[in-house]
Design a protein around this ligand. Structure first.
Ligand SMILES: C[S@@+](CC[C@H](N)C(=O)[O-])C[C@H]1O[C@@H](n2cnc3c(N)ncnc32)[C@H](O)[C@@H]1O
Length: 447
């Protein structure tokens, strides 16, 4: 029931699944295993929507557009259980039909029963073999279908993966990893708790690459229940986000680091919390920009007690001096294609037409960062998207207009992280690094 409510909230209110889920779990008072099951069913169904819809369409004799949306949610939830969980088929069908009968009457229940019985005639590989484009003719389309990604996103991943010994196989692995349930990653706030201590109190494991990271076992239920987060010792933050922010702090500057750091796109404040904690140790300060009032409030909360000043402003015309900052982070607003595994509904909401508007904004923000950084200082350009237009494309255009900017080899500032390609930029990947697909470029202003 909780999972079905989540699907309805995402469809009708355009809700973010993670926010809606927390509220639903609280309302049903679900904890531990029950919360983990509702999360798995709700998130799993949202992720798999494209694949499920193709199968459901094959199993109904009416067009999808004529299936009542509430029934379609129930069909998706039932089909998900049949194809992607170990819940016995008869139980998956019976509980879904029962739910629909109670809500919409016995005719609707009969329809759902008939469709789900047909869905259950094949397993997931059987449906992929029957319905996906053939792998030898259209490898991108085949992998997109099999791992339930829109084709344009699969193509963007393929483009960003670029050269590889076996591009089709690597794309398949990349999309499979992007479709899997990710472990929750925590940041041990610098100065508050060490990663080793945090691992101990949460039952997690120290992260492989970030000295501040902890990975929780997957299926940990509602993250609102983690005491260390509630007590302000840790925040939820992907290890890749930690690594790109840390890389910015590790680059040697020309001249002293006076500890004036700037986060130009800071909401909701995860990286500002990390940067603020680190700059505080050296007696420095961080200015954090965020135009949205709500998100600026979240940054204030995330950086409470740290030497961080939050400005509610547009990063393109921030009320801050030029040539004044030692280190500037541009964690640009982007399509988020690199963090889809953490936002189960996002892959079906994003459109290719979103890219052009975002790249224009990204170019302007990076240009503003190069204005605010002092000569000899460094700018990190970061996106949680591997889409080439948002990464290499933005970088190339801005660098053409700024010949006095040196591009640094970002790989040097991620010590111990394997498989970083040819540089000088870094693209992290879920299937290679167990992180979100974060992109990082490091630029030094020469004069
Ligand atoms: C990828 S998020 C940043 C995430 C953040 N650094 C963190 O680690 O929590 C991008 C942020 O940029 C903000 N943003 C959008 N337009 C902006 C602009 N013109 N100037 C500055 N920030 C902007 C968005 O509201 C969003 O909060």
């Amino acid at each position: 029931m909780a999972a079905l409510e989540l699907l309805t909230a995402v469809r009708t209110r355009d809700a973010y699944a993670n926010l809606a889920l927390s509220a639903i779990l609280r309302r049903y008072r679900l904890h531990d295993r029950d919360a983990a099951l509702a999360t798995e069913l709700g998130y799993g169904t949202l992720r798999a929507q494209g694949l499920l819809d193709a199968v459901i369409e094959e199993c109904t004799d009416r067009p999808m557009s004529r299936v009542e949306p509430g029934l379609l949610d129930a069909l998706r939830l039932g089909a998900y259980q049949l194809l992607r969980t170990r819940i016995p088929s008869h139980a998956a069908v019976a509980t879904t039909v029962e739910l629909v009968r109670a809500e919409a009457g016995s005719r609707a229940g009969g329809f759902v029963n008939a469709v789900l019985r047909r869905v259950g005639e094949r397993d997931e590989p059987g449906w992929v073999a029957a319905l996906a484009p053939p792998a030898d003719e259209d490898p991108v389309g085949h992998s997109a279908f099999a791992h339930s990604h829109p084709r344009w996103i699969a193509q963007a991943f393929a483009d960003a993966l670029g050269r590889s010994a076996d591009p089709a196989a690597e794309l398949d692995t990349a999309l499979a990893a992007d479709d899997a349930r990710p472990a929750v990653h925590l940041l041990a706030r610098p100065g508050e708790i060490t990663a080793a201590e945090l691992a101990l109190v949460t039952g997690g494991e120290e992260a492989p690459y970030s000295p501040y990271g902890v990975h929780l076992p997957s299926g940990s239920g509602d993250i609102g229940d983690i005491d260390a987060v509630g007590e302000g010792l840790a925040i939820v933050q992907d290890e890749g986000s930690q690594l790109v922010a840390l890389a910015l702090t590790r680059v040697p500057l020309v001249g002293d680091d006076a500890g004036r750091w700037l986060d130009l796109c800071s909401g909701p404040g995860g990286k500002a919390a990390l940067l603020g904690g680190l700059v505080a140790m050296d007696g420095g300060t961080l200015d954090a920009i965020e135009p949205s009032e709500h998100r600026a409030g979240l940054v204030r909360r995330a950086t409470d007690g740290l030497p961080v000043t939050v400005h509610q402003a547009d990063g393109r015309e921030a009320p801050l001096p030029d040539a004044a900052f030692d280190r500037v982070l541009v964690d640009a607003p982007c399509t988020g294609l690199g963090a889809l595994r953490r936002r189960p509904e996002a892959r079906w909401r994003r459109q290719p037409s979103d890219v052009a508007g975002l790249t224009a904004l990204q170019r302007q923000l990076l240009t503003a960062a190069l204005r605010h950084v002092r000569p000899g200082g460094v700018v990190a350009y970061v996106t949680c998207s591997p889409h080439l237009a948002e990464t290499a494309g933005v970088l190339a255009t801005v660098r053409r207009a700024h010949p006095k900017v040196e591009q640094l080899d970002a790989r040097e500032y991620l010590p111990g992280v394997p498989d970083l390609g040819d540089g000088p930029t870094v693209q992290l990947w879920p299937h290679r690094h167990g992180t979100d697909a974060m992109f990082l470029a490091l630029l030094r202003r020469e004069e």
